[in-house]
Design a protein around this ligand. Sequence first.
Ligand code: SAJ
Length: 460
Amino acid sequence: MEENQGILELDNEEFINKIQEKNIKISVIGLGRIGLPTAVAIARSDLPTIGVDINQKIVELANIGKLRINDEPGLEEALQKVINTGKFSATTQIKDSVSDADIIIVCLPTPLENDSKKTNYQFLIKGCCKIAKNLKKNSLVIIESTVGPGIVENEIIPVLEKYSDLISGKDFGVVSCPERANPSTILTDFNKIPRVVGGINEKSTNFASHLYQFVFKIDVVRVKNCKTANAVKVVENVFRDVNVAFINEIAIFCDRMGIDVNELIAGCKTKYNFIPHFPGPGVGGPCLPVNPYQLLDAPESENILQVVRTARKINSEMPKYVIKLVEDALKEVNKKLDNITIGVLGISYKPNVGDIQLTPIKEIVQKLKQMNFKIKIFDPFFIKKEFLSIQTEENIENLVNNCDVLILGTDHDEFLKIDFQKLKKLMKSSGIIIDTRGKISSIEVRNAGLVFRGIGTTVK
Ligand code: SAJ
């Protein structure tokens, strides 16, 4: 087996041997929330890995074993180890990584154009254009970015062929293996959640499967092609968005019926085939509010997928329901609407992450500002930072001090141990607690002499 032989010239056994000998060079494009942990995990299995990112700061920090984010447990330690072993390094120069790589793993963002609700694939396409210009013959490109079904076949492969002058399936391989890990538990998820692999041909699928099995020691589900693998990822997220919309509506129904939605869910989930989802102030993050549009982008979705469209509408209107709860509670305590101070506990889109991408709390704060309420914010991941031109507080006490209303926006662990008796002393008289996450005991709040509202948990 000659040294500069491209991996796709190898047969299955030779490829597996080359992996076992740790003699496969990996390039990871995009060192963000998924890309960096992926590169670190691969380097941790002793495969030489060069990571690429256009952000100089990320690259400089990574090369000294430091992270920009502080909410991925174990990642910084793992990074330091692979920096010390020399199995991982980072660069801003795509040529330095791709031109000598056997396998190129693409972890570039595919965000939503908020106004048009169209997915922006430009970061991915531009990245693949640069990859193509440096692509070694007989290498394998793995797309981990979340894309709509058909995007790899119709947009990515043509770009790779055009700028490499190579033919996919003959001169290079392509596979979709969408990432499935949860922000804040990514490294552990890598070794727990099976991976779905679908390639342009059997060899591409096989080689990618061997790589993921070797590095992550997890089951690999092989599917027929790239679009099927991409559809799996998008549909499993849209499934979640639809179920969250369902339970959000049920929660509003519960508030009207005088039923506690948490008690309802606890009852339902005793049935083996009920998958519990939980109401909230809306669906945020870089994934769930985006993925439905990756289905709806496809011309094939014309006049169908009404459930997906409706679910998006329901979830994007939940911030309005939170505002209604605030208005109701202020009416109950007969507070005039001027000179009201509202404290918001948590702005992240979900608990225990420092991430405000498409967070529903943004719309809630914007609406409250439009209603001329004075807003204070505290989030342990964003201390003394600016959010919607509001300087966030240093601690909970500063937030609660002199508040009329306290809204639990994100259920970070540290917010679940609040002493409402103590809190009542800091708030203005007839204080109000709005729980958007179903994590606060209405009894405890009311026993402390505070007014309580929750999404589906308001019932006395
Ligand atoms: N949410 C609810 N109620 C629920 C579940 C979630 O209101 O019962 C809200 C959350 O508060 C958050 C949003 O939905 O605002 C998304 O939450 P999430 O837990 O789905 O978090 P993500 O977006 O960080 O991760 C999802 C995961 N997808 C699935 O679990 C199917 C993760 O596994 C994916 O890797 C990730 O999307 C992704 O990268 O696509």
